[in-house]
Design a binder for this molecule. Structure first.
Ligand code: HGY
Ligand code: MN
Ligand code: MN
Length: 421
């Protein structure tokens, strides 16, 4: 497939669920997610690949290169954040489809016999914007999250994952492929590659992350008639907690801890009623597990003091905890070597954002590759990566996948042989 065809496919998919300011709003299991998945399915069927949909909506295209062998899986996610960027996830899926086509054709034309089969995947609900937690489909596949529990998760409108997947025809009956290894390419969503004028990031580890799920319960009252001393205002407390979540980062060296509250719901959400209930989710991340734990303990203490002073009932629950992940050194070296062979500037780096590879690396050796994000902007309609960088990434991914199906990581494919950095 020509680079031009890849670009045509990428920009076609970017139109599915596109927004007025060049982003996409293609949230998990919505009709636009269905349309993107239907495009993926048609691409695969046109090439005679076999489609499988598993019980949490993960969508696989299976390519037989060595009958009976386990699979190298390559892919990412087509779902987006609300008013998100058109590159996050979708680039990795479309690049994986094109890389797989190149690898299959090369095996056919050269007669080489790969060690493994190949599968391309669109993981269900990586983003977690509509249904929390994020990285849902790959975490169920990796055995980290329970399928039934995830199928029962509801969005803010009360729709369950199972109902939403069924409504778009992607609540599948199949088992996923037997995984022997995983590869994913993704935009960096940070500024390091751009700042160093490099095109490829070979990701060697991921940050420790967790969320705090916070419920604030007060009492409804009249915003006009109720004495201030009598108010038990859940929204006021939520506002103070939002500020605490930001300010806790100031207790550590700059940028060592990052945190925000990104979601807030209020009941009854009337301009004339003191709020009885607020729900908010805080996201805490650091390369240091210890720093996240210290920040969490500080917040728990501050919130307990606030609850007492304001006569509120506030619950704080640890949620969506992700340990640091260390990708196999052999995979990092493979990416760096291939970039060098192709004359493409590359460096080793970490990921602060979560990815499906963070789940997959728990079960099989995984290779994670970045390409630059302009200005480091992501989860925003302004997200941008150039055609040239996308094509360079496709070249690297194609060669990485070619080597993986020929056993490049074979020594560490044996169970329990996972390397730590
Ligand atoms: O959780 C994450 O970091 C990803 O963007 N969903
Ligand atoms: Mn992503
Ligand atoms: Mn994302």
């Amino acid at each position: 497939m020509s680079p031009q065809t890849f670009l045509e496919d990428f920009h076609h998919v970017a139109n599915i669920g596109s927004t007025p300011h060049h982003g996409v709003d293609r949230q998990a299991a919505t009709p636009d997610d269905q349309r993107a998945r239907d495009w993926f399915t048609a691409f695969a069927k046109e090439r005679g690949w076999t489609i499988r949909v598993d019980g949490i909506g993960n969508l696989f295209a299976l390519i037989t290169l060595r009958p009976g062998a386990p699979f190298i899986i390559v892919g990412s996610h087509l779902d987006s954040q609300p008013l998100g960027g058109r590159f996050d996830g979708a680039y990795g899926v479309i690049a994986a489809l094109h890389a797989a086509e190149r690898v299959e054709r090369r095996a056919r034309e050269t007669g080489e016999r790969p060690e493994f089969n190949l599968a391309v995947v669109d993981w269900f609900n990586e983003e977690g914007g509509r249904f929390a937690p994020s990285i849902m489909g790959s975490s169920v596949f990796a055995g980290i999250k329970d399928r039934e529990e995830m199928l029962a998760v509801r969005d803010l409108a009360g729709t369950r994952v199972a109902e939403a997947l069924d409504s778009i025809g992607y609540l599948g009956p199949d088992e996923g492929p037997e995984a022997a290894g995983y590869a994913e390419i993704h935009i960096e969503q940070g500024r390091i590659l751009e700042r160093e004028s490099l095109t490829i990031g070979a990701v060697d580890s991921s940050w420790y992350t967790q969320k705090l799920d916070i419920e604030v319960n007060g009492e409804q009252s009249h915003t006009g008639a109720t004495a201030m001393a009598d108010r038990r205002d859940a929204l006021l407390a939520a506002a103070k907690i939002i500020s605490m979540v930001h300010d806790v980062t100031l207790g550590f060296p700059a940028e060592e801890l990052v945190s925000s509250v990104g979601q807030l719901t209020v009941e009854p959400n009337s301009p004339i009623v003191v709020a009885r209930h607020a729900h908010l989710v805080a996201d805490l991340r650091s390369n240091s597990r210890e720093i996240v734990h210290q920040a969490r303990d500080t917040l728990r203490r501050q919130i307990a003091e606030l609850a007492e002073a304001a006569r509120l009932d506030i619950s704080v629950r640890d949620f969506d905890i992700r340990e640091n992940q260390y990708y196999p050194e052999s995979g990092v070296e493979l990416t760096l070597d291939i970039a060098t062979e192709l004359g493409i500037g590359a460096r080793r780096m970490q990921t602060m954002a979560g990815h499906d590879s963070v789940a997959m690396n728990r079960i099989v050796p995984s290779v994670m590759i970045f390409i630059p994000s302009e200005g480091g902007v992501s989860h925003c309609e302004r997200e941008f990566t150039s055609d040239a960088d996308m094509l360079a990434g496709l070249e690297v991914l194609s060669e990485v996948v070619h080597r993986l199906v020929h056993g490049a990581l074979a020594p560490s494919l044996l169970p329990g042989a996972q390397g730590r950095a």
